[in-house]
Design a binder for this molecule. Structure first.
Ligand code: NAD
Length: 268
């Protein structure tokens, strides 16, 4: 019997393991901060799944290297500059808001200009990129927005006021995009990693070791992983696999959600 509620149009289902190379064939993806760490892993995973990938980063060499590896296009932009957003492609079907930075200091000593910079890169730029790319996604009736949030979008830690504020704001922005995008076939979700083995975290381990006068292994066990029941760093490729799944053919009903990849941190 034919259903009175027809199933939505879908691409071919992925097999187990690596995404089928055609899964995102014909799709265009824009990955911010794609030159390093999680962004690089996302750019490569999306490209392996068949998407044409635009890598936006302020680090020219890194952006070009990843774009070459992904067979995509590099864009050298400082996302702290709202005017730079206009240089990025509007015709993206997939937007990965990933670029970010950290600054660790008590509230009483936190430099206001650093706080403001972090909001510009991690909140205002994602907002402006949504404004820029959503019309194309709406016109095509399909789009995927994945915001690389953090456990710190769901939980706070001391000395990270700017970062925790920005990630909580990104969570709200992602949910509004989910509500507005739903009638247009556009989903918007956050992923919420715990500590991932990337240059950003390796820098934090070095800084914390110097600040506490302890070794890097102790920083890892006693500071970074103190609240994580799973006692290891997450790998960037594991984050990219979750992002790819959210962009794939079986995730059209998942929107406005936040997916913790946190080794059980938020279960505590
Ligand atoms: P990373 O430092 O390895 O990479 C960040 C990239 O963003 C770099 O290539 C950098 O050049 C780029 N970038 C920073 N500011 C920019 C700007 N103004 N304009 C253009 N590009 C800019 O960091 P990562 O660990 O891969 O982090 C990526 C994202 O994942 C961030 O949003 C971060 O908050 C989030 N995250 C990271 C972790 C972790 O443990 N590493 C955990 C949770 C969430």
């Amino acid at each position: 019997m034919t259903s009175i509620f027809p199933a939505p149009a879908q691409g071919p289902a992925a097999g187990p393991g690596e995404a089928a190379a055609t899964e995102l064939g014909g799709r265009v993806a824009l990955v911010t901060g794609g030159g390093s760490g999680i962004g690089r892993a996302c750019a490569l995973a999306l490209s392996r799944a068949g998407a044409t990938v635009h890598v936006a980063d302020r680090d020219a060499e890194a952006a070009k290297a990843v774009a070459e590896e992904a067979g995509g296009v590099a864009h050298i932009v400082d996302l702290a500059d709202p005017a730079a957003i206009g240089a990025l492609p509007a015709e993206a079907d997939i937007l990965i808001n990933n670029a970010g930075l950290q600054h660790v200091a008590p509230l009483t000593e936190f430099p206001p200009e650093r706080f403001e910079l972090i909001q510009r890169v991690m909140v205002t730029a994602p907002f402006l990129l949504l404004r820029r790319t959503l019309p194309h996604m709406y016109a095509g009736g399909w789009g995927r927005v994945v915001n690389i949030s953090s456990v710190h979008g769901l939980r706070a830690s001391p000395y990270k006021s700017a970062y925790v504020t920005a990630k909580h704001a990104l969570e709200g922005l992602s949910k509004v995009a989910a509500l507005e995008g739903a009638p247009h076939g556009v989903t918007s979700n956050c992923v919420n990693p715990g500590y991932v083995r990337t240059p950003l975290v390796e820098g934090q381990i070095r800084d914390q070791a110097a600040a506490h006068g302890i070794g890097p292994n102790e920083v890892l066990a006693d500071v970074l992983l103190a609240r994580s029941p799973v006692k290891r760093l997450l790998e960037a490729a594991e984050v990219a696999a979750a992002v790819l799944w959210l962009c794939g053919p079986n995730s059209g009903f998942i929107t406005g959600s936040s997916l913790p990849l946190d080794g059980g941190w938020t279960a505590c």
